[in-house]
Design a protein around this ligand. Sequence first.
Ligand SMILES: [Zn+2]
Length: 148
Amino acid sequence: MIGMQCAIEEVDRMGGLNYAPPEGRATKELLQAIMTADTPQIASAAISLWIESQPKFPTPSEIRRIISEKNSEHRERVNAEQRPQHNCSECQDGGMRGGKLQGRAAGPWEFCSCRAGERLRAKDPQAVEESNVIREKLLGMAQTKAVA
Ligand SMILES: [Zn+2]
């Protein structure tokens, strides 16, 4: 959501278009449609797109549609930026892979063959062994539970 003032400025930018909505209710609907933009930049981009291609004022539903598309594009971009980028898909750069307790991929931890794995092996040679001790304990607990 953006503020009312931002939306009013965007409506002002459309002053040169034909068939301006009458003051009051219709304008308010248009303002509310513009305010659904996630950011002022999105509102501005949507209105620019409209002004450049259309001779007349948009309806609130037309504006909502354009802004909703631009909101989705924006959210996807933000998500992509926030998603952590791992060099290694096997260990997510942690240096160890495996360690699954159950399922087809179940197995002990091992050093990954990537650079993160090499680094971890050099820095903490016991890491795999220690993690496997913990894994065995967890497995033991799971089995005890299953028996009981
Ligand atoms: Zn790796």
